[in-house]
Design a protein around this ligand. Structure first.
Ligand SMILES: Nc1ncnc2c1ncn2[C@@H]1O[C@H](COP(=O)(O)OP(=O)(O)O)[C@@H](O)[C@H]1O
Ligand SMILES: [Mg+2]
Length: 512
């Protein structure tokens, strides 16, 4: 364990947390955490999912009271009873879920709860505009919030905190809702805030994001500080990854170039409606060949989810065709598609992929039950044996196979779901956001399974919002925007920026 030097005067730190403990029933979320943040710097708080980052920041922001520990701001000891206490001491937090009112304007959202009601709306808007300009936050204060993209909403949350004159700003995984160019914009905004003398804590579990932005880092692992006040300039990604995970390197090697075989999945002029009855996508034509991974990049809500559902037979198409292994399955039911060799890893794991009320074993056999349909009875022993086999083969960490599926953690749920779908060698795999929300080791495990499928000759379609994942794993990369394919790229040579531009095509026209 590395501790910050205790010789230096605590006054130079904007934030100094020492020996912070926070327990929840059955979990020690923070176990004696140390964190020092220098004034006027951008500090990375790193750690895998579940490491205790959000809990620690909720302690700093007055949302949780620590069971033990000391909290100093600019050398002075504080004890917050609630978030308002923390705000008045200068600590503001932008949470992972935004807390904004859709029907209010940007300016109204920014000042809500803190502006004297006497001020005229015009004047408020002008003041909010001035503040936004100072920090390079491009938003229109008069615009109603519902018209804003996620990236713009985040700016409103940042403005809210600045408006209350926070000197310490906490951003909890701010980049998850942003496109690559929005990430660059955020970095610039944070730099301006630091130059203004404010201190920023930037939470992330993605290393590359913080490296260009933050000067120092603290790494948490299983609720403990494994390093604090790490100099980012003197630390490389491999070292940070090792600190976060505590074991060997994590990034999968770029796979060798595949020699694709026959087309196993063919979409022709495909079109379908979304939930509101208007086109979710149209004119989709591409094929995925044996032994290749084709990626679909895009900002959420541009038709990817509906496309995956149409391929799986869970949503009807209104035009065009879907061919699996040379057979037209456009009108086939999901079960028929499964029997024709399709594996589907849906985005909505607990809604579509798993039955939350059933046991781990019952969930494990859902797919073979669908495929074989040998009468209504399933021999319990066989079911249990199969479940245990999946658990072992795919490294699911679970207690009792008879226990509820909901008892599994996110990473183990996904291992079970993906394992179940991939067992029995499908010829076509459609995976939608398969690694979302998983920790570093979980991500690696799932990515390795997809690479294995490719090696075994399956045609893999990977739909993901994680551009790095797509650039690392895929052989060809398509970008979907506004329900159409905006471009096809070679992931070995294309830049993040180029893909980002294609992902954003026309958004200015649609959000204004
Ligand atoms: N409100 C809560 N109640 C119970 N357990 C919680 C709560 N918040 C977090 N935890 C648990 O505490 C641990 C740390 O979680 P969290 O601080 O959210 O981690 P991180 O933000 O690093 O992903 C996890 O095991 C999580 O399940
Ligand atoms: Mg968190």
């Amino acid at each position: 364990m590395t501790h910050s030097s205790s010789v230096v005067d605590g006054n130079q730190f904007a934030v100094h947390l020492s020996d912070v403990w926070k327990m929840f029933p059955g979990v020690v979320a923070n176990a004696g955490v140390e964190l020092c943040v220098r004034r006027g710097t951008i500090h990375a708080l790193l750690g895998e999912n579940g490491a205790g980052k959000s809990t620690l920041m909720n302690v700093l922001a007055g949302v949780y009271r620590p069971d033990r520990g000391q909290l100093k701001l600019h050398g002075q000891v504080h004890s917050f009873r609630n978030p308002a206490d923390a705000l008045s001491a200068g600590v503001g937090m932008v949470h992972q879920e935004f807390r904004l009112i859709p029907s209010f304007s940007v300016a109204e959202n920014v000042v809500l709860g803190s502006a004297p009601s006497l001020i005229q709306p015009r004047q408020l808007e002008a003041e909010v505009a001035a503040m936004a300009k100072k920090f390079g936050l491009r938003v229109d204060p008069t615009q109603p919030l519902w018209q804003l993209s996620m990236g713009e909403r985040q700016k409103v949350e940042i403005l809210k905190v600045l408006w209350r004159d926070a000197s310490v700003l906490i951003l909890d995984e701010p980049t998850t809702v942003l496109t690559p160019s929005e990430v660059d914009e955020l970095a610039e905004i944070l730099r301006r805030m630091a130059q203004d003398g404010r201190s920023i804590i930037f939470i992330s579990h993605k290393l590359h994001e913080v490296s260009g932005i933050c000067s120092e880092a603290t790494v948490l692992r299983q609720g403990k500080t494994v390093a604090t006040s790490l100099d980012m300039a003197a630390t490389d990604a491999a070292e940070l990854a090792r600190l976060m995970v505590g074991s060997s390197p994590v990034a999968p090697d770029r796979p060798e170039v595949a020699t694709p075989g026959d087309p196993l999945l063919e979409l022709t002029e495909l079109r379908a409606s979304g939930d509101r009855g208007i086109d979710a996508f149209s004119n989709i034509t591409f094929q995925v060949n044996s032994g290749e991974i084709v990626g679909i990049a895009g900002v959420a809500g541009n038709g990817q989810r509906e496309l995956a559902d149409v391929i799986a037979g869970l949503r009807p198409s209104t035009q065009g065709s879907v061919t699996l292994n040379g057979a037209d399955v456009t009108a086939a039911r999901p079960q028929q598609r499964f029997r024709a060799g399709l594996a589907y890893i849906p985005e909505d794991r607990l809604g579509v992929g798993l039955a939350p009320r059933l046991s781990i074993t019952d969930n494990a056999i859902l797919r073979i039950y669908r495929q074989q349909r040998r009468g209504p009875f399933i021999v319990a022993e066989k079911a249990l044996a199969y479940c245990k086999y999946l658990i072992t083969r795919f490294g699911v960490r679970s207690g009792d196979p008879g226990g509820p599926i909901a008892a599994l953690s996110g990473g183990n749920l996904q291992r079970l779901l993906v394992g179940r779908e991939l067992d029995g060698q499908p010829s076509v795999v459609v995976a939608a956001q398969p690694t979302r929300g998983l920790d570093v080791q979980g991500v690696k495990a799932i990515q390795d399974l997809l690479l294995d499928q490719r090696k075994a000759g399956a045609a893999v379609l990977l739909i993901s919002e994680d551009l790095d994942e797509l650039l690392t794993l895929t052989d060809r990369l398509l970008v979907m925007e506004g329900g159409v394919i905006r471009g096809e790229f070679d992931p070995r040579t294309v830049s993040r920026h180029e893909v980002g531009m294609a992902m954003l095509a026309d958004t200015n026209a649609t959000t204004r």
